[in-house]
Design a protein around this ligand. Structure first.
Ligand SMILES: [Zn+2]
Length: 134
């Protein structure tokens, strides 16, 4: 899924926990769960940069709604895709022990546009709603 989706959902699930460790675990788990759902991913560096800029901007705009646990969740939920970027640029070679939903095909399902984008909207809206009504 997009950085924006992972970040907002990670913030929402992190905020619902009671400790930084639980927020990180919830963020990482949310990344896997979202990757299992068929979705569209940014297909190159330009799309990824736009996505990251949008996601960071939304998180910054929401900052008064985000406590430390939400930030822990957001960081944990978005960080696994750094592995994808490092592989894209050849900095990291594929290994069998990377992040589960990036290494085991049965945990990562793709869906082309527009469905792969539209499927992310309910998750974005639910995460936004959860964060602003805390
Ligand atoms: Zn991922």
């Amino acid at each position: 899924m997009y950085f924006t989706t992972h970040g907002l959902v990670g913030a929402a699930v992190g905020a619902a926990t009671g400790s930084p460790a639980a927020a990180v675990a919830a963020g990482l788990l949310s990344h896997i769960v979202l990757d299992v759902i068929p979705h569209h991913d940014a297909s190159g560096p330009r799309g990824a940069l736009v996505d990251i800029a949008v996601g960071v901007a939304v998180l910054v705009l929401l900052r008064r709604h985000l406590g430390p646990l939400a930030w822990w969740g957001a960081v944990a939920a978005t960080l696994p895709d750094l592995e994808v970027a490092l592989r894209y640029y050849g900095i990291l070679q594929p290994t069998p022990w990377g992040f589960p939903s990036h290494n085991w095909a049965f945990l990562h399902h793709r869906w082309p546009l527009p469905g792969g984008f539209l499927v992310q909207i309910p998750f974005l809206l639910l995460a936004l709603l959860s964060l602003v009504t805390r």
